[in-house]
Design a binder for this molecule. Structure first.
Ligand code: SF4
Ligand code: SF4
Length: 197
């Protein structure tokens, strides 16, 4: 929820992967909020050129093992963004050790925005795109490494495992009782991840 505040304060911009891409640390940052009555100077949104980089890059879109990231932005609840298909992403995160392939393959995360910008200005290309160094990832479910252009085979039902409860429209958070009754994965008693709008 803090990403929107980060964007509004000019800490970075929203990447196609749904993460706050900061110039200094890419998406490798954690946001925290404090409340205060102190007089503060408000930040403001800053255009770091991330959208052009993202539109040219599209690596998170291509490398997400379950195709959870759309390539185009559209308005969703007043925000124009590439709306992550959470009904695909959440089960994957839960089953694949947090997944985070979309973070791993992001050049802004990997090399930092200045280096990506420099390379883009000089070549019109995305730094690292097409290389195993950037695009490659180890997939925890089979222990194999998938280099550029290769992705793990996703079994049918992987993103819709037995007991998975998902409020597709996410208009109403599931009642506590529903959450308690839900199970995730194939082991009895595994708690369902909480889903909130
Ligand atoms: S965490 Fe994994 S499944 Fe979710 S969007 Fe990123 S790459 Fe895709
Ligand atoms: S991987 Fe590429 S398209 Fe995805 S957020 Fe990073 S820069 Fe943008």
């Amino acid at each position: 929820v803090l990403i929107a505040y980060g964007v509004s304060a000019g800490l970075g911009q929203l990447g196609l992967n749904g993460q706050l891409l900061t110039p200094e640390a890419g998406s490798r940052c954690r946001l925290a909020a404090i409340t205060t009555g102190a007089p503060v100077v408000h930040g403001h949104p800053v255009d770091y050129g991330i959208e052009l980089i993202c539109d040219t890059c599209q690596l998170c879109v291509r490398r997400c093992p379950v195709g959870a990231i759309p390539m185009l932005r559209r308005e969703h609840r007043g925000v124009v963004k590439a709306k992550i298909k959470t009904e695909r992403c959440f089960p994957t995160v839960a089953q694949a050790h947090g997944c985070a392939v979309c973070m791993k393959v992001c050049p802004v995360q990997r090399y930092g925005l200045p280096a990506v910008d420099r390379h883009f200005a000089q070549t019109g290309e995305i730094l690292g795109k097409g290389t195993d160094e950037l695009e490659g990832f180890a997939w925890p479910l089979d222990g194999r490494f998938y280099g550029a252009g290769r992705k793990p085979r996703i079994q049918p039902g992987f993103v819709n495992p037995p007991g998975w409860h998902f409020d597709k429209d996410r208009t109403v958070p599931p009642a506590d009782a529903e959450l308690a009754a839900s199970t995730f994965g194939d082991g009895p008693g595994t708690a369902a991840p909480a889903v909130h709008p």
